[in-house]
Each structure stands twice: as C-alpha cells, then as structure tokens.
Write a protein that binds this ligand. Structure first.
Ligand SMILES: [Zn+2]
Length: 454
C-alpha cells in the first residue's frame, strides 16, 4: 500500500532506459517504483518533484554478486603478480592474516564506494578471513555498509582445512568447525533481514573445496536450511582445484558439491568454469546459480565460464567483480563490458548482446542473492537506479545510448539512487571526502604490507 504522505518523484524523459514501457521515465515514491511512464505520456500520479534525466541513460541499480572487499588493500601486490590461482593465493594468505579491524573497515568503505560510483546499488561480499584479531569481521562490514547506505548480502565465509591437513591456507587463517558454525548462527540471528526491501542480508560461504572440510560443508548446508539463508562458495575456478578434489575426495567438483548436500536452488557459486556437459545439466536441474567473474578469470588465466549452456540447462547467471586482488578494480559497469566481450569469445557476438550483459548484472545477480524486490525497473520494485551521462569524449559520436555505455566503456555513474534516496549526485557520493578516504585506505594498505614483512 502506498503511503500518501510520501512525495512522488518523476525521473523524466531519460535518454534511454533499460526497462519496458518507460521511455518517458519512472515515478518513485518512498522506497519503491510506483509508475512506468510510456513514450509520449505523462505520469498518472500527482508529481511533487521532477528530475530531468534527458541527458542520462537510466538502468536498474547494478548488483555485484561476488567480491572480497578486504582485497582492495593488496591490489597489484608485488609478490602476487603474474601468477595462477594457487600460487597467487599462497603468496597472499600470509599477508591477509595480518589484517586489523580498522583495515577491514576502511577496505569495506572503499570497495563499497567504488562500486556505488560505478552504478552498483547492491553488493555481496565473501569474507572468509577470521584470524584472532578479526573475529568480528562481519559486524565491522555491516556497520560500514549501513553508514554508506548500500544494500548488502554479507556472506560469512570460512576456512577450516589448513596446510597441516592437506588444505591450501596456512593454519593461522583457519578456524574450527565449531567456532565457524557458532558465529554463523549468531550473525544470521543478529543481522539477517528476509523482508522485502532488506538492506542487510547474511549468507553462509565456506571458501572453497581446498580450504574447508567436508563436515563443515555439510553442517553449513544444514544451518542454512534451518534459517532459510543462502549458500555460497567458489567452485570449479581452475583445473588445479579439480585435481585437488579428485585427489583429496576422489570426486570431481560437482560430485563433491552433491556429496555435501549443496545441489540446491539456494546455492550460488563464484566462477563455475570447469564443468562438463553432465555437470552443467545437473547444476541447471538443481537450480544452482553461477556468478561469472570475467576480469578475475582473465587476470588469473582461470578459463571462460560456459554461461549460455548453464543458462540453457536452468542455472541463473549473475555478475561479480570478484576480489580486488584479482581484478583489481571494483567497477561494476566496466565488468559488464568485460563479461560481454569474454563471453563473445566463446559464443559469438550475436548471442552475447549488450542486453544480455545488463540482464546478468541486474535480474541475474538479484536471483543469485534470492531477491525478487530488486534488479529490475518495474512497478513495485525497490527504487534502486543508476543514471549515466554520455558527456565524456569516449561517448561522442555514439548512436545507441544503451549500447554505448558498454561499447564505449562507461566508468562512472552520474547519479545513483538506493531505496528512493540519492546516494550519488554529480558523480560524487553524498557527504564523502574522497581524497580523505583514499589517504586512510592507502595508509592501511602500506601498514598491512609492513606487518606482513616483519
Ligand atoms: Zn572470489
């Protein structure tokens, strides 16, 4: 029911809009979209305020469904350069083990800011590092997300299989199964909001087959079912991982996932690259979703996700920038361009359109996070919007404005609205001192490197 006290804002006559029947814009009231205005029409609602969008392309707010915010502290890290996944991880685990609470806070603030400025309104983070000084990592992230006012699905990650038991991470960053499950339950009870329009949700996310025990996977799935929260993990990112699963568990990755009770429509996987035909079929039939992370997959030379075959089998595809040590940026609109072009190498240009990339980053990612209230410009959905101006040199001479955002390589939104409130105005986050944030964040990154080298 509409609250009649709330004023109605008409986002009027956008240059282009990624939605049906809304060429003359949309009307927002409170935190929702209440009307789509077709070409040549005027709104039916009484309008209190008009925003002239005639120089802007209007998109649903972009949704990032896989990230590791803390990794913004180790971008372009010398010891990790030019490596594939396993050696890359091994060179960084011991650095990440030194992250202090204030470093996680500022890295979360910076990653969210970067995402927001690129048109992202909802982000998921996969935080799996809980050394003794960082046991309240997710609490810190909740606080930062609330300060900036972004919608988040914070996944309580975990690692329980250290080097001494045949896993990849050092013992200093693994926790016991008991500690992980107790904290997971605490976080769900404290922060998970399953209502329409939720700003904070929690999901459970053991890190990967090579860093957690089978028992933890099984019991995490049980806990997720008990509280009706979603499950997330990295899977089939590299051939090294497939080999690890065969050697350690005697199973390929999807059989392993099935053996721990994770083949369900509540599960979404990061990467999902190395699947055979039968595995793609099985994932689709189970409704497991895949977050495609193109930049990271290219940077670590991991491979190319079989996105269209997965979609045809019934899986949902969403998009993620992945952690900022393997991208190394958190620019969501730029990631759509990467996804479109990488997938064209597999499927050809006519099958991977710019609309396909928009769908992955909006409806697709929303479905991965289990949300039907975001990811689309439609009546009754949350008013999460991103507006981009085509006033830079790179866009001059472009004809199709929606295509131009991706083809000409948009980097920055002009305005971003979350739950009906403007969060970015004229390309700046309302109330933020960007230079001060960069200074605090880069000092934290320097300090982390010093701690790691002691
Ligand atoms: Zn990742």
């Amino acid at each position: 029911m509409l609250d009649t006290d709330q004023s109605a804002v008409w986002i009027k006559n956008p240059l282009a809009v990624y939605a049906d029947n809304s060429d003359s814009g949309v009307v927002i009231s409170g935190n929702k979209i209440i009307e789509l205005v077709p070409l040549g029409s005027l709104p039916k609602a009484d309008i209190d305020e008009v925003y002239d969008a005639s120089n802007s392309v209007l998109l649903p707010g972009l949704i990032n469904s896989h990230h590791h915010f803390y990794q913004t502290l180790t971008r372009a890290y010398p010891e990790a350069l030019n490596k594939d996944l396993f050696p890359w991880l091994k060179s960084l685990y011991k650095v990440w083990a030194n992250i202090q609470p204030e470093m996680l806070a500022v890295s979360t603030e910076l990653a969210l800011s970067e995402l927001l400025l690129s048109g992202c309104t909802t982000a998921s983070d996969h935080h799996y590092l809980f050394p003794s000084q960082l046991e309240n990592a997710i609490d810190i992230q909740v606080e930062e997300a609330q300060k900036i006012g972004m919608r988040v699905t914070l996944t309580r990650g975990s690692m329980s299989l250290g080097e001494k038991d045949g896993g990849l991470p050092p013992q200093s960053v693994v926790q016991t199964k008991r500690d992980i499950l107790i904290d997971s339950e605490r976080l769900i009870k404290k922060y998970h909001n399953n209502k329409e329009g939720a700003m904070t949700q929690i999901a459970l996310a053991p890190c990967s087959p090579f860093s957690v025990t089978k028992d933890l996977m099984i019991e995490t799935a049980g806990l997720a079912q008990q509280y009706d929260v979603r499950l997330h993990t990295h899977l089939a990112e590299t051939i090294d991982e497939e080999k690890f699963c065969l050697e350690k568990f005697g199973l390929r990755t999807v059989d392993y996932l099935e053996s721990v009770g994770w083949l369900s429509n509540k599960t979404w996987l990061a990467h999902g690259i190395h699947f055979n035909k039968q595995e793609i079929q099985k994932l689709g039939e189970s409704g497991v979703g895949i977050c495609h992370c193109p930049s990271s997959n290219m940077m670590l030379a991991s491979g190319i996700c079989h996105s269209l075959e997965l979609e045809e089998s019934g899986s949902t595809i969403g998009l993620g920038v992945d952690g900022s040590a393997s991208n190394d940026g958190s620019n969501m609109i730029a990631e759509l361009r990467q996804a479109m072009y990488l997938q064209r190498l597999r499927y050809g240009a006519s099958r991977v359109t710019h609309q396909k990339a928009y769908d992955w980053a909006t409806k697709g990612s929303a479905a991965l996070l289990g949300r039907s209230d975001i990811g689309e410009i439609a009546i009754g959905k949350q008013a999460d919007l991103a507006l981009f101006k085509l006033d830079e040199l790179r866009f001059s001479g472009s004809h199709d404005s929606l295509a131009a955002l991706l083809l000409c390589g948009a980097q920055k939104a002009d305005r971003v609205m979350i739950a009906g409130k403007w969060k970015v105005v004229d390309g700046k986050i309302d109330g933020q001192d960007e230079a001060e944030l960069i200074s605090r964040h880069s000092n934290a990154a320097i300090k982390l490197r010093q701690l790691a080298n002691v």
